[in-house]
Design a protein around this ligand. Structure first.
Ligand code: CP
Length: 297
């Protein structure tokens, strides 16, 4: 695997292999680097805490030389393009660029270029894909349930804007899970998502599912007039404490975070016993080690 850009481009075997390797890293496996010195550059053009820092930690744990990149102080501010920035880093000897960018499929031009030789890892493209989040989510679900076949997974919230929903709906369905969507109907494109699952009101599905995967309301991608008040959203579409009391025994709560507390998820549920949100963040480091090893080996 030269690049890691989209779950769509990967086979089930490749995805399950990466999860297995991530579990091995969690248990202390060590990577034998093919070269003494490999440089990794992290280019984040959209804000991030978890993805950015966990890639940086994964790179340190693998023994890579980590170069931080600040878009505001780089030559991007002089009009240099993303393509020319990556071409430059390639020329300098960087081995892997981890990139988050607001443009869907920004990576296509980079991976198709015969002049760029480094590996591209997609840390999220616009409303396109978030494949490393998908991998850590699958790892967390597998740790809990041992597999995916026959699992009922609800993906709830701002579906249309969510790269997490896109990657997870696709991959969970391919692995045999049953996906059901919920949230505001106007934030769900049946044309795009109905091939993965139906859209139900949250009160109908909350007692049926094994995984309640909440999504952040992406205020920054909405027209202000189109959004709900926080309290209104929480009551109509969120996982409230009374709704959580109706979840099946053994069912878990997931959220890619950052969480809007008391909007998509009640504040008291973020660290509750059935929540796996902190575990998702912990797994992120090991999932990203497996991804980096795969593209650099
Ligand atoms: N889950 C996620 O992508 O979080 P960050 O935006 O903080 O990286």
């Amino acid at each position: 695997m030269k690049h890691f850009t989209s779950i769509e481009k990967m086979s089930n075997t490749e995805v399950l292999g990466l999860i297995k390797r991530a579990q091995e890293f969690k248990q202390g496996a060590v990577w034998q680097k093919p070269r003494a010195q490999i440089f990794a550059s992290n280019l984040f053009f959209e804000n991030s805490t978890r993805t950015h820092q966990s890639f940086a930690i994964a790179e340190c744990k693998l023994g890579l030389e980590v170069l931080e990149f600040n878009a505001e102080t780089s030559s991007l501010s002089k009009g240099e393009s993303l393509y020319d920035t990556v071409l430059t880093l390639d020329a300098l000897g960087v081995g892997v660029c981890v990139i988050r960018h607001s443009e869907d499929h920004y990576y296509e031009q980079l991976v198709q270029s015969p002049h760029i030789h480094l590996s591209i890892v997609n840390a999220g493209d616009g409303s396109g894909q978030h494949p490393s989040q998908c991998l850590l989510d699958l790892m967390t679900i597998q740790q809990e349930f041992g597999g995916f076949d026959g699992l009922n997974v609800a993906i709830v919230g701002d579906i249309n804007h969510s790269r997490v929903a896109r990657s997870n709906a696709q991959m969970l369905t391919r692995l045999g899970a049953k996906v059901t969507f919920s949230g505001p109907k106007e934030w769900f494109s049946a044309e795009e998502f109905s091939s993965y699952g139906e859209h139900w009101p949250i009160d109908k599905l909350v007692g049926e599912v094994d995984v309640m995967m909440l999504l952040r309301v992406q205020h920054e991608r909405h027209n202000a007039a189109a959004t709900f008040s926080k309290a209104d959203y929480h009551q109509k579409y969120g996982l409230t404490v009374p709704r959580a009391e109706r979840m099946k025994s053994g069912a878990i709560i997931m959220h890619p975070a950052p969480v809007n507390r008391d909007v998509e998820l009640a504040d008291a549920l973020v660290e509750a016993a059935q929540s796996r949100i902190v575990k998702q963040m912990q797994n992120g480091v090991f999932a990203r080690m497996a991804i980096l090893e795969a593209v650099l080996s």
